[in-house]
Design a protein around this ligand. Sequence first.
Ligand code: PLP
Length: 401
Amino acid sequence: ASVWAKVPQGPPDAILGITEAYKADSHPEKINLGVGAYRDDKGKPYVLPSVRSAEKKVVDAALNKEYAGITGVPEFTKAAARLAYGSDSPVIQEDRVAVTQSISGTGALRIGGAFLERFYPGGKTIYIPTPSWANHNAVFKDSGLRVEKYRYYNKDTIGLDFEGMVEDIKNMPKGSIVLLHACAHNPTGVDPTEDQWRSISDAVKEGGHYPFFDMAYQGFASGDTAKDAFALRHFISEGHRPCLAQSFAKNMGLYGERVGAFSIVCESTEEKKRIDSQIKILVRPLYSNPPVHGARIASEILNDSALNQQWLGEVKGMADRIIKMRALLKENLEKLGSKHDWSHITSQIGMFAYTGLTAEQMDKLAKEYSVYATKDGRISVAGITSDNVRRLAEAIYKVKG
Ligand code: PLP
């Protein structure tokens, strides 16, 4: 028998399954709302002009292809930390953020999981929201942490279960690790308000918990990178010392370049040095050192002030298009005479909207209207365009009323 005779067939990836079904559909106006990647108003992938310019600068500089250090391209990681925490943040000013380049946001989460598994002095359980990005559970489990859940989404209001969330945080064992989506919660698009974040920070403090921020959409949610960093920066101003996973997949459209960063806010520069040394020891046997090309592009954008201004405008452009598509979808549903309250479509933020449609209704959308998205009722707003929004609204109206 083969050595691998006992390897069982695994289930297909839920999102990839949708893309397959979409591809196989011959409907001329089929709509794919499964993918978590930005599309322009023609439904096409979008390479930011600032990224094109930065990439050209990188190529024209004819740099060599030597290895980066274990923690990556320093000009990139420094700028990434400034973007997240703010240049004027005391943690930046006092040089006490340990930061390493990572294989995008997923890699940052994985380094974080591995670091906590090795060094976190408290209970090695990480609490993630219900629901959360589908990969969180697997990333943290494979890092050797236990994964538990806290209440987050209220399906009756299609909004935040704020009381449930705070209660669960207060009831966690003292010193637990809490994963928080910094902005543009995936999959629900439901974020706490700034006031709610203040209470969440208090609850985390009360429990003596350790906050782990996942910031995969900075700038992409509101169009403003500082506004989207509110939760992270507020926690720091309250004395928390969180860790952070950053991704440049969405806000720079660098998906396949895999550009990200993992950082830990430390008590002092001396502590930062010790943590840095251990992150190197952890990363070295994982992949030695990260790829340089995407990090060089991001570094140009973050460090060149003209390119930076241009990029900020382009991020806002993406966020604004998404906000506009939300409004158009709601407007079209109302025009059709839908009696449902669709205000959650516009109050939610970021790439995804939770429609509140059931798995059966989502099935019907695909089978009868060639509209593809995940069974949980999540749609990628980035897949909506000026041309398909009417047809989409009609399909949703016919399925749900
Ligand atoms: N975290 C969240 C909440 C996400 O939605 C994503 C991407 O969809 C990621 C992390 C990581 O993505 P990437 O590894 O492409 O940066």
